[in-house]
Design a protein around this ligand. Structure first.
Ligand SMILES: [Zn+2]
Ligand SMILES: [Zn+2]
Length: 426
């Protein structure tokens, strides 16, 4: 049999997989809570295509970044270069501009939930098709209140999922006024230490020196600690923006840690950068990352637009949701209808249709099994009840409702069945 592509995974009903990040019930929960959080804070959904012109990401993400090198890129039949999206911020900003959303008086608050693609080296918990939930707040304002409100929303979201023990890390990475001078001072300082740094540091020194600060290699740490920090070079505007952001977090009672070496992986970020890490996956792990990207639209050839947003890998969120929050039985059928005798089947279809109209999930035995076998199937589907319909039941208008857990059987009319199942659901 043909198998799935390396680095991808099937998301399945939990009864077919023991892998938590492959269980659809967990995914549905995370998506449902995310949508509810976004609704409460006034975000609207956007769905952009999975393929975009390669140029969008080469300009947006930067040609020399890891993300760009890991893109799935191919030449289309008409010679155009297209890529599977490795992230959704650039596509969202493109759509914002393409559909004239900048004509809106206020902020445009968008969210997305969808797959992204990066051809990463295969490793545990990393997929080449991975899913992200994210938001983008776009418009003419860069008020730090935007940042604070998005983070407040994220805390509601995490709390609702039962993900506790998280930490918020924040930093300001400056802007066009103060960063260039800092970058050249940083580059100078890195150059002096270059022989002692790892290969990836040496490469980043050329392409994106800010990311050298991000290096996790043990032997680099002592040298990285000596490098200048952006926080000492912020201009007044960036400094004020950052302190107002912190004040608004304090006001909400949201704890944070200033992490002066926190940078974002992509070049277009400026000022606010943040991460929320969680400890539930063993080691401290980034669950959510985001930042401000006021210059991105212009890089893409659009109008000047200010933006702030985050992205979060659904796989990691799904793995972090504690067992206690999850109801793996959320999709199990409420009722399995078993028919005794061929004639009762036609009759059962009508009963099933009316029960479904009343809001009950019903599976009818379509395969004409004998009662014992039919009940075994109901068991393997983990149905809560079975309904047994035979000739006698049709005559009397009462059917046998069997609780599949206790084996208890009661004879009930249709309206009583509906009441019983509705009552159970309350
Ligand atoms: Zn290094
Ligand atoms: Zn600045």
């Amino acid at each position: 049999m043909i198998s799935r592509v390396k680095g991808t995974q099937d998301i399945l009903p939990a009864r077919f997989t023991a892998k938590p990040d492959a269980q659809i019930e967990r995914w549905l929960l995370v998506e449902r809570v995310a949508r509810e959080a976004f609704r409460r804070y006034g975000f609207e959904e956007i769905r952009t295509p999975i393929i975009e012109r390669t140029e969008l990401f080469e300009r947006g993400v930067g040609a020399e970044t890891d993300v760009n090198k890991e893109m799935y890129t191919f030449e289309d039949r008409d010679g155009e270069m297209v890529s599977l999206r490795p992230e959704s911020t650039a596509p969202t900003v493109r759509a914002y501009s393409e559909h004239g959303m900048f004509n809106q008086a206020g902020l445009v608050k968008l969210f997305y939930i969808g797959p992204q693609f990066r051809r990463e080296r295969p490793q545990k918990g990393r997929y080449r098709q991975f899913w992200q939930i994210g938001v983008e707040v776009l418009g003419q304002s860069d008020e730090p209140a935007i940042e604070a409100e998005v983070i407040e929303m994220l805390y509601w979201f995490l709390m609702e999922l039962g993900i506790s023990d998280t930490e918020l890390l924040i930093n300001s990475i400056g802007d066009g006024a103060c960063r260039p001078a800092y970058i050249s001072a940083l580059r100078e300082a890195i150059r002096e230490r270059l022989p002692n740094l790892c290969g990836s540091c040496r490469q980043r020194y050329e392409t994106n020196p800010l990311r050298v600060l991000d290096c996790k290699v043990e032997s680099c740490q002592v040298h990285l600690a000596e490098l200048p920090l952006i926080s000492d070079s912020l201009c007044d505007a960036c400094g004020n923006h950052f302190s107002e952001f912190r004040r608004l977090l304090d006001q909400r009672g949201i704890a944070y840690k200033i992490e002066p070496r926190l940078v974002r992986g992509l070049d277009y970020y400026m000022r606010t950068a943040f991460e929320i890490t969680g400890s539930s996956l063993g080691a401290q792990n980034t669950l959510i990352g985001g930042g401000r990207y006021d210059g991105l639209s212009e890089i893409l050839g659009g109008q000047p637009v200010k933006g702030f947003g985050f992205a979060s890998g659904i796989e990691r969120l799904v793995m972090s949701v504690p067992e206690s929050t999850i109801n793996l039985g959320v999709n199990r059928p409420e009722l399995f209808v078993a028919c005794v005798g061929a004639d009762s089947r036609d009759y059962a279809f009508g009963v099933a249709r009316r029960l479904r109209a009343a809001g009950i999930s019903v599976i009818v035995d379509l395969e004409g099994r004998k009662l014992k076998k039919a009940l075994a199937v109901a068991n393997s589907l983990d149905a809560q009840y079975s309904l047994i319909i035979g000739e006698d039941e049709i005559k009397s208008g009462s059917y046998v409702l069997r609780d599949m857990k206790t084996g208890e059987q009661t004879s009930l009319r249709e309206s009583e069945i509906i009441d019983t199942l509705k009552y159970r659901r309350l």
